[in-house]
Design a protein around this ligand. Structure first.
Ligand code: MSP
Length: 662
């Protein structure tokens, strides 16, 4: 452990504000939050930065589309990101926005330093530019599509300031050689070294075609290009030009996705070298979370949202899944099925069950007080040894960012304790003096093991381990526990257990998935609208109005209403969907065509009774999938009573199928 508090500065990327967080962004942020918690428990003075990347053409366009000024647009989005992280229990210390004055000042200062040192010049650049990714695509030909996102590229010529990246080939290669841990994992390091060895072209770092950016002082209309602006956020978050005062720079680790590693390991150190500033110590690139083997993105319609999962299973479950299921650094597949399977097996049946079993036995046999262990037997010592040696192993795994391995080691200890209880059967020992003594040893041993598990798993499962901690009667905060002092044998007999509670209630898989998906659909539909217009009041602090759920304005214009096309439809067929209790699959005649529509009315309407019924249908909703079944429209129903019972809207007179509702 460091003698005096040593600093540790870590960062997530700063996220684009033209969308809201999905599981991919949540992954980087959860990793960072886990390491932040871990380093704190190792006695470091830790600062974690996250934030929003708010400039560029995409924001300009999105704001225009939303009909509000850019500044207001990004303020709303930044608030939505910040609020979601808060809601998910992410504990960043700094939230940097690239529109912050402090950041603007830092970017301009960095540029000045690079220029004074002779690494900046003015020139012209023509290239193929992807406005979606905010990047020129090297070697692309006019008319080609972006290799990353598949969108058409645009040919762009403009006067730019250039950064002499070419001058840094050798310094960078030297730096990588002297700092073999700078780029992680190893495979990425090789990729970058090869790239740099291939030669570096100078980099355009300003634009004149973009309005929404940080101005280059005295050189308007030049504004900074997105990466010179964005990367500098790491520095502006901890003091900018006055970074020495705060004492946090250089960063100890930048966590990034593999798609942005080059910017972080080539451009960023080169900018800093040019400005003669200290370089970050490490860049850790993780893989992608894939959904149906494709990277998650809103445009592909395959995004997974964190909030519905957290609402259904708890944020700890999502954190556990992300860190346990995927080897850090590699790509991983996401599926609701494996998420819920892991939840039930590892959390409900594993940790949750061990905690409740132990507490119940202590409650019953020792009036809720941790018993004093009596004579130990070899199997008690064996378990103690296993838990004690797990401490060392888990810390080592965390140090190497091997989260899955760390969790595996912790869960091996949980499994050993389960087995121990099953073999020792404390419940079958009588109440004789001897029986009580043996029970005391067994239950103290299990409780002590749980205490160690709670401490070790805390960085990943902050909420539920704090509950285990309280259940074991521990009154100190688990956040401030120093892992270096953690040893077998510290659980004090006589400690009164805290209130018992179910940590992870078991869930029925199909129902859980259905609920998560329906919450996700609801959220996606409500956030597909742009942020609030200028006149809308700031979002109140009610859960419904929190992140990404734009407040419904008091009044909307008739043009807004006209966007919704509703027609009279007639139900032709109706059937239940296997595995989805609430959904019916309907085919509906809307006059011009027959549509397949899923409706969440299965608990209240018999399919047969619906045939021939005339209903109001929203016909211009984007198609979406519900439980894997495509739905092409929405049937209008009143939501009645606290349970939201659906009552289909209908017509008192006969109406023609296909008639428009106005
Ligand atoms: N604004 C830039 C970063 C600037 S940092 C100085 C950016 N933003 S982003 O919002 O597009 O993405 C941020 C991070 O989210 C990236 O590290 C990216 O890899 C990560 N993810 C986005 N989708 C992802 C998955 N599906 N899976 C895992 N992470 C992915 O890039």
């Amino acid at each position: 452990m460091p003698e005096r508090k040593e600093k540790f500065y870590l960062t997530t990327p700063i996220y684009y504000t033209n969308g809201l967080p999905h599981l991919g962004h949540t992954y980087t942020t959860v990793v960072c939050d886990t390491v932040r918690r871990y380093k704190r428990m190792r006695g470091y003075d830790v600062v974690m930065t996250t934030g929003t990347d708010e400039h560029g053409v995409n924001v300009e366009r999105a704001a225009k589309k939303a009909g509000i000024p850019e500044r207001e647009f990004v303020a709303n989005m930044a608030e939505a990101w910040r609020a979601l992280w808060d809601e998910l229990g992410i504990t960043a210390d700094e939230f940097v926005r690239t529109t912050d004055l402090e950041h603007v000042r830092t970017v301009q200062w960095l540029f000045k330093r690079c220029r004074e040192n002779g690494y900046v010049y003015k020139g012209h650049y023509t290239g193929q530019y992807c406005i979606y990714d905010n990047a020129f695509v090297n070697d692309a030909k006019p008319g080609e599509n972006c290799p990353d996102c598949g969108r058409p590229l645009e040919t762009l010529t403009e006067e730019n300031y250039f950064f002499k990246l070419s001058a840094f080939q050798k310094p960078l290669l030297d730096f990588y050689r002297k700092n073999p841990d700078f780029i992680q994992p190893e495979s990425r390091r090789n990729e970058i070294v090869t790239f740099v060895q291939g030669g570096l072209k100078d980099l355009s770092i300003t634009r004149t075609t973009i309005r929404w950016g940080i101005p280059v002082p005295g050189e308007e209309p030049h504004v900074f290009y997105v990466w010179f602006d964005a990367l500098t956020a790491y520095l502006s978050a901890v003091g900018g030009p006055d970074y020495e005062k705060r004492g946090m720079w250089p960063a100890d680790v930048h966590f990034v996705g593999k798609d942005i590693i080059r910017f972080h390991t080539v451009y960023w150190p080169a900018f800093l070298m040019a400005a003669m500033l200290p370089l970050p110590k490490q860049v850790w690139a993780h893989g992608w979370f894939l959904m149906d083997a494709a990277k998650m993105s809103k445009s592909k319609g395959n995004v997974v949202l964190p909030r519905p999962i957290a609402n259904m299973l708890g944020m700890d479950a999502l954190r556990y899944f992300m860190l346990r299921e995927v080897v850090f650094g590699q790509d991983g597949n996401f599926s609701y099925d494996s998420l819920v399977t892991r939840y039930n097996s590892d959390l409900a049946n594993g940790l949750g069950n061990l905690a409740s079993r132990t507490a119940a036995l202590i409650e019953k046999n020792f009036a809720g007080k941790v018993p004093k262990p009596a004579q130990r037997q070899p199997q008690d010592d064996a378990l103690a040894k296993e838990a004690q040696s797990a401490i060392g192993e888990v810390l080592e795994r965390y140090d190497k960012m091997e989260f899955a391995r760390a969790l595996e080691a912790i869960w091996a200890v949980i499994a050993a304790a389960d087995k121990y209880l099953t073999t020792e059967q404390p419940w079958a020992l009588g109440t004789s003096e001897e029986g009580q003594a043996r029970k005391a040893t067994i239950l103290w041993t299990t409780a002590e093991l749980l205490r160690i598990v709670a401490a070790l798993a805390h960085p990943v499962l902050p909420d539920s381990t704090a509950k285990v901690w309280a259940l074991l009667g521990q009154t100190t905060s688990l956040d401030s526990l120093e892992l270096d002092g953690l040893r077998w044998g510290q659980l004090v007999p006589g400690t009164a257990l805290g209130k018992s509670q179910t940590l992870f209630p078991r869930v029925e898989k199909t129902e859980a998935i259905e609920r998560i998906e329906s919450m996700a659909n609801e959220e996606l539909n409500s956030t597909s609208a742009a942020p609030k217009p200028a006149s809308a009041p700031a979002a109140p602090a009610t859960p419904a109005a929190a992140v990404g759920v734009p407040a419904v304005p008091d009044k909307i214009a008739i043009e807004d209403f006209a966007k919704v096309e509703m027609r009279v439809g007639q139900i032709k067929t109706a059937e239940r969907i296997v595995g989805a209790d609430k959904l019916l699959k309907l085919t509906v005649d809307i006059g011009t065509e027959i549509r397949q529509i899923c409706a969440g009315i299965a608990q209240y309407y018999e399919p047969e009774a619906l045939i021939g019924r005339k209903v109001a249908v929203v016909v211009n909703l984007a198609p979406r999938k519900l439980r894997g079944v495509e739905s092409n429209g929405m049937i209008i129903a009143a939501s009645v009573g606290p349970e939201g019972r659906p009552v289909l809207a209908g017509f008192l007179e006969d109406v023609e199928v296909g008639a428009r509702l106005k």
